[in-house]
Design a protein around this ligand. Structure first.
Ligand SMILES: NC(=O)c1ccc[n+]([C@@H]2O[C@H](COP(=O)([O-])OP(=O)(O)OC[C@H]3O[C@@H](n4cnc5c(N)ncnc54)[C@H](O)[C@@H]3O)[C@@H](O)[C@H]2O)c1
Length: 166
């Protein structure tokens, strides 16, 4: 079983920004990738604002805020996800876009890296089929807003290995 220390989040729109907050707040090094600089800037601002409100409401210790922000780094270079143990994809709901992203990630990330998709409507087996590592691919469906909702639906594809899913 691999130990997850670094999580990549690919796509930081509505869902990806929230998923990245969850990952960084849980103590993982969190690398956030988007093709758009403005999406990254917005997500970072949103993350800081959310954490600041959490401190004001007494839900987070003040000294935890800079620590969590230090775990969060944004990039427009997919290659910066090369050291991730898990990559959670949250790009547009398009099979072609997801296939293109995962096939590139498959050449960048080491064998141990597990891929996950936050898709709401596309089959995990189908997305995994274009990833080059269908055995190390899972569905991780966060609910909106991800940073507040405790439920994450996990689903294996037909070819996900037991050791990946468990
Ligand atoms: N919005 C919801 O309520 C919700 C809930 C659960 C799951 N989902 C799923 O989450 C995924 C993302 O949805 P969203 O609502 O956050 O979308 P969104 O449009 O808010 O964000 C998508 C982000 O992906 C980026 N992007 C597009 N192509 C990219 C690429 N090739 N590489 C990197 N970044 C890219 C865009 O710049 C944008 O920032 C979809 O698969 C959707 O089905 C959405």
């Amino acid at each position: 079983m691999i130990q997850i220390k670094t999580i990549g989040v690919a796509g930081c729109g509505t869902m990806g920004a929230g998923i990245a907050i969850v990952a960084a707040r849980a103590g993982f090094r969190t690398r956030v990738f988007d093709v758009r600089e403005d999406a990254l800037a917005r997500a970072r601002e949103q993350t800081e604002g959310f954490l600041r409100k959490s401190v004001e409401r007494g839900k987070l210790a003040a000294d935890a805020l800079p620590q969590i922000m230090a775990q969060w780094s944004g990039t427009t270079q997919l290659a910066d996800l090369a050291d991730c143990d898990l990559v959670i994809e949250a790009v547009f709901e398009s099979l072609d876009v997801k296939h293109e992203l995962f096939s590139q990630l498959n050449t960048i990330c080491p064998e141990r890296t597990i891929f996950a998709s936050n898709t709401s409507t596309i089959s995990i087996t189908e997305i995994a089929g274009g990833s080059g590592r269908a055995d190390r691919f899972v569905g991780m469906h966060f609910c909106l807003p991800a940073q507040l909702m405790k439920l994450v639906e996990m689903s294996p594809g037909l070819n996900t290995s037991e050791s990946t899913f468990l």
